[in-house]
Write a protein that binds this ligand. Structure first.
Ligand SMILES: Nc1ncnc2c1ncn2[C@@H]1O[C@H](COP(=O)(O)OP(=O)(O)OP(=O)(O)O)[C@@H](O)[C@H]1O
Ligand SMILES: [Mg+2]
Length: 502
């Protein structure tokens, strides 16, 4: 049994964990849930020795553990599966799995590569990683990178496995494969600690769930005794609402963007669509269906082989993202927020206002108005409930979900006519999700923008869109209209989508 006893941890201006005590039993998948910034990742980092607690202790089978760094926890058999893992990109899968115990030839110190690869292959097989062990890490998908880390933990005979939002970049199929492996590890007596914002996933996979709120432990319950609504209530202190946000007044006389026969080899197969003022057009499909690729073509990051984009009826020549934003007023909220969306070393405020500097610069002095900058940032931080100690806090120190919110805020603040929003709520807590949905709907209905919402979350896309295009294999395979019709039920729409994908 692994126990956290009265753990507290503070950062400047914030108590991330406040006297938290948790028990993790062997052969149990234990979920750790809570709002963005509740302290989940901090708890994980303390268990793995990445952070040291200010007070309290960690006890493992009635022995007190004292970790000075990450390596100490590995020695104790505690492994973490990161979302964005620190692997050496040019190394092979086998090297990563076997890193800590390279097999050498006798006393020569020369690595026996044949045996390293063979042993690694054994563990790769256990996690269903069907690739040559010599494959270079850089070429792997997110799912394969995660499986590599689990294989590594198996090779090390890990007793505790921690996973911090492991499924956020996995397809449904990959997630299910991962869950199968976790269930098997559980039956072998491994303690599994699982952090996730996906409630359905927690309910399906985990045995019990502990809820953190503002750094405090709210409670621990067996999943079998909880309904989805109970759990949400424990997390955010209120219930959530899945109903459609309401009918949108789409102005069919004002076409904002039209794509005509867009083709790009292996990325887009003859894509045509239109989006109008006041509309939320959903792009639904599974991860990899070609929606992000299409977005990149629209904003000029990738070139189509043929086809054309029209903006307000006129043919557009979009060569890069700056053309897209400043000439045509098309914004793109990337799904790759960590890598592309944020300046991590800069403040919350700088990140939010960066796209609107052109708009708030005083035309004569060329100075950016401080008061405007502050006002806009404050509005956004308030609307999205970004948990930061101040507008000046560097984005790097925010929790994962709060970083997401800042990158979305940046684009909501930008004055675009067409906004493409890619997977806006991955990694965002259930309460904040609702806020983001409302903001997207308002953008269309109240600010009269055209919004393209790319999402793999069916509930989300049905809740906000008035029209949905269904993508499969880089093609549009179906269109659903009047999704926002008050008479239409969620089940009707979701079944119609299912039929297009079948
Ligand atoms: N290195 C750091 N420096 C300063 N503050 C930090 C640091 N790491 C975390 N925090 C703060 O501690 C609090 C808890 O953060 P943590 O990352 O544990 O949240 P979380 O529950 O994992 O949230 P999310 O669901 O968004 O990932 C947040 O307010 C965060 O800003
Ligand atoms: Mg986190």
């Amino acid at each position: 049994m692994l126990e956290l006893q009265s753990i507290s941890k503070s950062f400047p201006g914030i108590k991330a964990l406040d006297d938290v005590s948790l028990r993790f039993e062997k052969g149990e998948i234990h979920a750790l849930v809570g709002e963005n910034g509740a302290g989940k990742s901090t708890a994980i980092k303390i268990i793995t020795g990445i952070y040291q607690p200010d007070s309290g202790q960690i006890v493992w089978d009635s022995k007190r553990l004292k970790f000075h760094n990450y390596k100490d926890s590995i020695v104790a058999g505690i492994y973490i599966v990161y979302q964005e893992i620190q692997v050496i990109p040019e190394s092979s899968i086998a090297e990563n799995i076997m890193l800590d115990k390279m097999i050498t030839l006798g006393k020569t110190g020369i690595v026996n590569w044949k045996q390293v690869n063979e042993t690694a292959a054994k563990y790769m097989k256990m996690v269903g990683l069907d690739l040559p062990p010599t494959t270079i890490m850089r070429h792997l998908s997110a799912a394969h990178k995660q499986l590599t880390q689990i294989a590594k933990a198996l090779a090390a005979n890990a007793q505790v496995l921690l996973l911090d939002e492991p499924t956020s970049s996995l397809t449904q199929h990959e997630s299910e494969n991962l869950f199968g492996i976790l269930r098997e590890l559980k039956s072998n007596g491994v303690i599994i600690i699982f952090v996730s914002h996906k409630i359905e996933e927690v309910m399906a996979l985990c045995d019990c769930v502990s809820v953190l709120r503002d750094g405090k432990h709210v409670g621990t319950r067996p999943v079998s005794e909880l309904s989805k609504d109970d759990l949400i209530k424990m997390m955010i202190g209120r219930e959530c609402n899945d109903e459609h946000l309401g009918k949108l007044d789409v102005n069919l006389d004002r076409e904002m963007l039209r794509a005509e026969h867009i083709v790009r080899y292996e990325k887009a197969r003859d894509i045509s669509f239109r989006v109008f003022e006041g509309e939320v057009l959903g792009f639904y499909g599974l991860v990899g269906a070609g929606r992000t690729e299409l977005a990149r073509i629209i904003i000029g990051e990738d070139k189509p082989d043929s086809g054309a984009i029209y903006i307000r009826g006129e043919k557009a020549r979009i060569n890069n993202i700056s053309d897209s934003l400043y000439r045509y007023k098309i914004g793109y909220v990337t799904e790759n927020r960590k890598e592309e969306g944020l300046f991590l070393k800069s403040s919350v405020e700088t990140n939010i206002t960066i796209t609107i500097w052109n708009a708030i610069i005083n035309r004569i002095t060329r100075k950016i108005s401080r008061s405007k900058e502050i006002a806009i940032s404050q509005d956004m931080v308030g609307a999205l409930q970004v948990k930061a100690t101040s507008l000046g806090q560097s984005v790097e120190d925010l929790s994962g979900g709060n970083q997401q919110k800042v990158s979305i805020a940046k684009w909501l603040a930008a004055d675009c006519d067409v906004l493409i929003i890619d997977e806006p709520t991955v990694g965002v807590d259930v309460g904040a999700k609702e806020q983001i949905h409302q903001l997207i709907w308002d953008l269309a209905q109240k600010s009269r923008k055209a919004v393209i919402l790319i999402s793999s979350d069916m509930r989300e896309i049905i809740k906000v869109s008035n029209r949905i295009l269904v993508f499969r294999d880089q093609q549009i395979v179906g269109e659903l209209t009047d999704v926002d019709d008050p008479g239409k039920t969620y089940d009707e729409t979701s079944m119609a989508i299912g039929r297009y994908l079948a």
